[in-house]
Design a protein around this ligand. Structure first.
Ligand code: TXA
Ligand code: MG
Length: 304
């Protein structure tokens, strides 16, 4: 399907229009606190199929279902005590819980890629919350970019890879956090980080099988179109250098070394570097643990 993609600033009319598109079975781009998402009714198989078509996403890769509140969440998954504790502590917010799917529900099997688990998140962003309220549906939403490209943190980033493929983008400015949610599996066998992200959970483990369990953790992901060199302290010829701290470059992710600021700027800097006149991209070293590891995870995928 071809569309004249419109960008609408966030307000009640834009939400009503977005909700109407979603009810008609079409995916709509909407900001969350992490990145822009491409949202469709998770209980409508055709609508979910369109997400895969629009993104050209391999269909074995399951999607996150966004819900309004815990009451709605427990309809779709079983929560053990640990899951309830995580939900109470971090929701609404940038945490996705992979939980046992409650059988007999209406969630499209395309969303879960046929697995017996489901990824759930209550987002904190006003636009996504308003869309959830206006549609009344659980919303499946991967990042609103063509599969394998850099995740979008502005409406313009969404437009760059999805223009003509979706009816509308709800624009509410740059997303405040800037990298995708932390994904953890929580099912009675402990708490396992499947995708590192903005939330660091003490005592959580990373299973060695995470590549299989979270197919979105494919090696090549979030990638610019140009070659990217990591841990650069100076720019080589024809490189656009993304700096950090004392390494200044063409743009500094955070001169003061603030990792929260780095998360917020990272994907926009990659987009900017990709669109620059230089043939290559280099990125300064980002050291440290916690969210620095989540940032290095995204950079390593962008570089391969
Ligand atoms: O911040 C975010 O999480 C954004 C915003 C839009 O909410 N969404 C996002 O979705 O990044 P997506 O589809 O790009 O990433 C979903 C991740 C993938 O790594 C996928 O493999 C994993 O969640 N996932 C989804 N369902 C799963 C399941 N049942 N078991 C294991 N991993 C799952
Ligand atoms: Mg993505």
């Amino acid at each position: 399907m071809k569309f004249q993609t419109v960008i609408r600033s966030y307000n009640d009319d834009a939400i009503a229009e977005g909700a109407a598109q979603i009810r008609a079975g079409l995916p709509v781009a909407v900001p969350t606190e992490t990145v822009y998402g491409l949202a469709a009714d998770a209980e409508n198989g055709d609508a979910v199929a369109r997400i895969f078509e629009v993104k050209q996403r391999p269909d074995f890769n399951p999607l996150i279902v966004h819900v309004r509140n815990l009451e709605q969440a427990v309809r779709f998954a079983t929560f053990n005590e640990a899951a309830i504790r995580l939900a109470e502590r971090y929701w609404p917010g940038p945490l996705t819980l992979v939980l046992p799917l409650r059988p007999g529900g209406q969630i499209s099997s395309l969303v879960t890629a046929g697995l017996d688990s489901i990824a759930l998140r209550i987002p904190a962003h006003r636009a996504m919350q308003a869309l959830l309220a206006a549609t009344g549906c659980p919303l499946a939403a991967p990042s609103a970019n063509a599969s394998g490209t850099i995740s979008p943190t502005t409406a313009q980033h969404v437009f760059r890879t999805l223009a003509g493929r979706i009816p509308m983008i709800i624009d509410d400015g740059p997303t405040p956090i800037g990298i995708e949610s932390t994904v953890v599996r929580c099912d009675g066998q402990g708490i396992y980080v499947l995708r590192p992200g903005p939330i660091i959970i003490d005592g959580a483990e990373r299973p060695s099988t995470c590549n299989i369990e979270s197919p979105g953790q494919m090696q090549k992901h979030y990638a610019p179109t140009k070659p990217l060199r990591l841990d650069a302290t100076v720019a080589h010829a024809d490189e656009w250098l993304i700096g950090f701290g004392a390494v200044d470059g063409d743009r500094n992710l955070s001169p003061s070394g603030d990792l929260v600021e780095v998360m917020a700027n990272l994907f926009d800097a990659l987009h900017q570097a990709d669109e620059s006149g230089r043939a290559r991209i280099a990125v300064a070293p980002i050291s440290g643990d916690g969210i620095a590891e989540s940032i290095r995870d995204r950079l390593a995928r962008a570089a391969c």
